[in-house]
Design a protein around this ligand. Structure first.
Ligand SMILES: Nc1nc2c(ncn2[C@@H]2O[C@H](COP(=O)(O)OP(=O)(O)O)[C@@H](O)[C@H]2O)c(=O)[nH]1
Ligand SMILES: [Mg+2]
Length: 478
């Protein structure tokens, strides 16, 4: 396939200049006009060395950007020693060819960058198929113009940078190969999807898992790095569809959770990638807690927030129904495994960029449980904002709802006793024969975890708890 695509659309570690035309109806944050594209390009592994934009009432048809700006763009690339120019729009093959001719560098559009990110991250067979089909669909219509362009710059002879002038005949063969490949991939994808039971996998009960979700440029990766600084990467299968980074996050008091950074929402996601994105998000249903990161300094923040919530609601609704259906058919062995949606905590990020407090107050009124935060690491002059409170909230979530209970354990449950001493609040303790009776404030989730680990603990409220416990997936498999 390499011969029929531009052979180096991947931009890993290339120096890139970003370019954009701002039309009257363009969606962008005037305070951070290249923020979203920069986040995308960096996710694809390139280094952004410069930016250039132009206000226009409508795009110039042949080159999208004006001819004077195009010369400026070339000069900027020369000055900054850039290898690649990335436009914040979808460009036609002809436009790409025309721009490349002037700037004498590889030109990519926004969709190609997104495709590149998905291609480099797809891990499951299904995701790989989806991405390859998307690439064929996006690249295929561009072949003719691309090849004639490449032929021109290669002077009609074989060789040159990444070119092998294929000629008309070769072109026809390439097109047929692309079509054949595409229908083969689609068949294979159909097979996988019809086989795939939309089963609700049991969550990983060893680790409390936390997923970062939100739009691109919201600050997810920054927060991920700040919180887990220096931690080793863990190989976790949470979010396996598109490879994500997972690291241990130490919350203090001996409590660790696994934190995953995810591929973010993007505006105008190429339609043929929606399926892969949804599949990755679907894996978020297996997390214990989702941190929804919103860049409140972005004028589109409200739109982004409601889009994220709407998508999650839809997804969770679907999973809940599938889980209930499975339960009613008796597929489940016990009610312990009925799926519960992960908790959501909304993080109002980049509060340091807000010009006044009013906006923040409005957000906090709307979502009282939300947490203002700055994802940037703190400095001595400027301590980090909201991060300690975040750790507190997550620590609480790991323990579950606080219950005041009388617990009865055999003395030999030394490990469980130790865990209770460190993670619960012991109010009273007495010994009866070979049993310990403890009065404690204890998290329901902690208790369920201890029991699922095999500890024999009975409580004075076991009958009340039975119902509540069926909600915890860590509950013992009886
Ligand atoms: N001022 C400010 N900038 C932030 C904050 N969090 C993230 N950023 C910046 O926002 C940009 C996007 O962040 P990134 O973590 O890549 O976003 P992601 O796409 O959600 O992973 C980067 O330039 C960050 O430095 C914050 O709390 N305050
Ligand atoms: Mg990121």
């Amino acid at each position: 396939m390499n011969d029929s695509t531009r052979d180096h659309v991947a931009i890993q570690s290339e120096r890139a200049v970003l370019a954009a035309v701002r039309l009257p109806d363009s969606k962008y944050n005037p305070d951070d006009p290249f923020g979203e594209l920069q986040s995308l390009v960096e996710q694809a592994g390139a280094i952004v060395v410069g930016t250039l934009d132009q206000m226009l009432n409508r795009p110039v048809s042949g080159t999208y950007i004006g001819s004077g700006k195009l010369e400026e763009l070339k000069a900027l690339c020369n000055e900054l020693n850039a290898q690649t120019v990335i436009f914040d729009h979808e460009l036609s093959p002809k436009q790409i060819a025309n721009i490349e001719k002037v700037v004498e560098r590889k030109v990519l559009d926004r969709s190609e960058v997104i495709l590149d990110i998905f291609a480099s991250r797809a891990t499951t067979h299904e995701a790989k198929l989806q991405v390859e089909i998307a690439q064929l669909e996006y690249t295929y219509p561009r072949l003719r113009s691309m090849w004639s362009h490449l032929e021109r710059i290669a002077g009609g002879s074989a060789g040159g940078v990444g070119t092998r002038g294929p000629g008309e005949q070769q072109l026809e063969i390439d097109r047929r190969l692309v079509q054949r490949r595409k229908s083969h991939l689609k068949q294979e994808l159909d097979k996988i999807q019809s086989r795939k039971e939309r089963s609700v996998e049991k969550r990983n009960s060893d680790n409390f898992t936390v997923g970062l979700v939100g739009y691109t440029n919201a600050g997810k990766s920054t927060l991920f790095n700040t919180l887990t600084e220096g931690g080793a990467y863990a190989d976790d299968r949470l979010f396996a569809t598109l490879m994500t980074r997972t690291r241990k996050w130490e919350l203090g008091s001996g409590i660790d959770v696994m934190l995953s950074d995810t591929v973010g929402f993007v505006r105008d996601l190429p339609h043929n990638l929606v399926a892969s994105f949804k599949a990755t998000l679907e894996e978020a249903t297996h997390a214990d807690l989702l941190l929804i990161v919103v860049d409140v300094s972005d004028p589109a923040a409200e739109l982004h927030f409601s889009e994220v919530n709407r998508t999650l609601d839809e997804l969770f609704d679907g999973v809940a129904k599938a889980s209930a259906r499975a339960a009613s058919k008796g597929v489940r062995e016990s009610s312990d495994e009925i799926w519960q949606p992960p908790e959501r905590l909304v993080l109002l990020n980049k509060v340091d960029r807000l010009k006044n407090n009013t906006e923040l107050l409005i957000w906090q009124q709307r979502i009282p449980s939300s947490l203002p935060i700055s994802a940037l690491p703190g400095t001595t002059n400027q301590p980090s904002r909201g991060q300690d409170e975040l750790a507190n909230r997550v620590r609480q979530a790991t323990l579950g709802e606080q219950l005041e209970l009388e617990l009865t354990l055999p003395m030999r449950e030394a490990k469980a006793l130790h865990t209770l001493e460190t993670k619960a609040e012991i109010l009273d303790r007495k010994y009866e024969g070979d049993k310990v009776i403890i009065k404690a404030r204890v998290g329901s989730r902690l208790l369920a975890q201890l029991r699922s680990g095999g500890a024999h603990i009975s409580t004075d409220k076991d009958s009340d708890l039975a119902a509540a416990q069926s909600a915890w997936r860590e509950a013992p498999e009886s």
